[in-house]
Design a protein around this ligand. Structure first.
Ligand code: HEM
Length: 401
């Protein structure tokens, strides 16, 4: 990295996105709060600053006011991800129970069964795209079964969730083009129509699934409105998909790029929990979180005006040498790993236990069932289209049983 060059952080630049870590290191040293030229936007890079912001929803809001002239649709209330306390607290309380460690542990045998079935097919083919073969289908099957939606629409789900996150974050940097907004609204309407029909089925015949739980809360009237319920279902389906797919893919890639750590994990499979948390830190699937300042505030000695969008670069916080020993090393046995990959504070990822377990099971089964796995081809892997995420849309590999 050339330190005589003026510093700039363009989160869209594909070269930066491919290996952002040297730039993050320079930012933490020289520009811990970087003002994007000409925009009411700053990026924050240090661990302590990001954690402080995530802890304080009074100053740093999850709600991003629409641009002037754009009306929010009354039937599309912001999901809990985009709400502050106390509304956020009410909505989150309705789903927390379904994601406790005890509830998630019950899903492990089923996850293992799905991973093994997917590996049967992948090993028969030998040369596969790991995303198509394993990292995409596993999370979507698991969350669909938890919510209680039939799996026949799996390809449809992928189209919906890919479409909804493709341009995530774009609006923070520039007004979104009208065709992008129109496409997103069309996808949301398709999902709402689909869930509306399922909700009617559960009202008639409740089952033991998340959908029936939400329907019960909605029927009580005071706890959840119908439109809020639909937004929650869309959030759950989308939030759990792309992120966990990226985590499992990033784990496979990091292990293939660090053969010593791969050999260590094969020899000591009991390291799987620390290994997956190390992937979360080292190659954070959500690279960038965001907040909106409600009042003037100070970060790292710099004033941030009210009404500023703030990018919190989690991928940088997780390489901060003031918190992590040998922060750029990939160490599957790392202890005391207080990464911020799932965020922090009131919006801490609802699905953290689920995502961790899915990734542990996927990589465990992948390593158990293969003697060797290696990338085919040496071209750059294609990156996820949104700068919010770090992950690859295709990972061609050869697997040897
Ligand atoms: C590796 C996988 C995952 C990563 C890296 C991840 C990351 C995150 C992060 C950083 C946040 C905080 C957003 C903020 O601060 O505003 C978050 C929130 C959330 N995540 Fe995840 N997530 C993952 C998997 C999942 C899964 C499997 C689900 C399952 C449903 C899920 C559901 C949610 C929801 C609903 C929220 C919003 C929580 C709230 O607003 O209170 N995530 N996630």
């Amino acid at each position: 990295m050339d330190h005589t060059e003026p510093f700039a952080f363009n989160p869209f630049d594909p070269d930066v996105r491919y290996d952002p870590f040297p730039l993050y290191a320079r930012a933490r040293r020289e520009h811990p709060v970087y003002v994007h030229e000409g925009l009411p936007l700053v990026s924050v890079f240090r661990y302590d600053d990001i954690q402080t912001i995530l802890k304080d929803p009074t100053t740093w809001s999850n709600f991003f006011p629409p641009p002037p002239g754009v009306e929010l649709r009354a039937d599309l209330p912001p999901s809990m991800l985009l709400q502050d306390p106390p509304e956020h607290t009410r909505l989150r309380g309705l789903v927390n129970q379904a994601f406790t460690p005890r509830m998630i542990r019950r899903l492990e045998p089923r996850m293992e069964e799905i991973a093994n079935e997917l590996l049967d097919a992948a090993l028969a083919a030998r040369r596969v795209d790991l995303v198509e073969a394993l990292t995409y289908p596993l999370p979507v099957i698991v969350i669909a079964e938890m919510i209680g939606v039939p799996m026949e629409q799996r390809d449809q789900f992928k189209e919906w969730s890919d479409g909804l996150v493709e341009n995530l974050g774009l609006g923070l940097l520039a007004p979104e083009p009208p065709e992008v907004i129109a496409r997103e609204l069309q996808l949301i309407d398709e999902m709402r129509a689909y869930f509306t029909q399922l909700v009617a089925e559960r009202r008639a015949q409740p089952r033991d699934d998340l959908l029936s739980g939400l329907v019960a809360a909605e029927l009580e009237g005071s706890r959840l409105s119908f439109d809020e319920m639909l937004q929650m279902l869309i959030l759950l389906l989308v939030a759990g998909n792309e992120t966990t797919t990226n985590l499992i893919g990033n784990a496979a890639v990091a292990l293939m790029e660090h053969p010593d750590q791969l050999a260590r994990l094969r020899a000591q499979p009991e390291l799987m929990p620390t290994a997956i948390d190390e992937v979360l830190r080292f190659s954070s699937p959500v690279q960038v979180d965001a907040r909106h300042s409600k009042c003037r505030a100070e970060v790292a000695g710099q004033t941030i005006e009210a009404g500023t969008n703030v990018l919190l670069v989690l991928g940088s916080a997780n390489r901060d040498a003031t918190v992590f020993d040998d922060a750029d090393a990939f160490d599957v046995g790392r202890v005391d790993n207080r990464h911020l990959a799932f965020g922090f504070g009131p919006h801490y990822c609802l699905g953290a236990n689920l995502a961790r377990l899915e990734a542990q099971v996927a990589i465990r089964v992948l390593l158990q069932r293969t003697r060797r796995m290696q990338r085919t081809g040496d071209e750059r892997l294609p990156l996820h289209p949104s700068f919010i995420f770090r992950g690859f849309t295709r990972i061609p590999v050869e697997l040897e049983a």
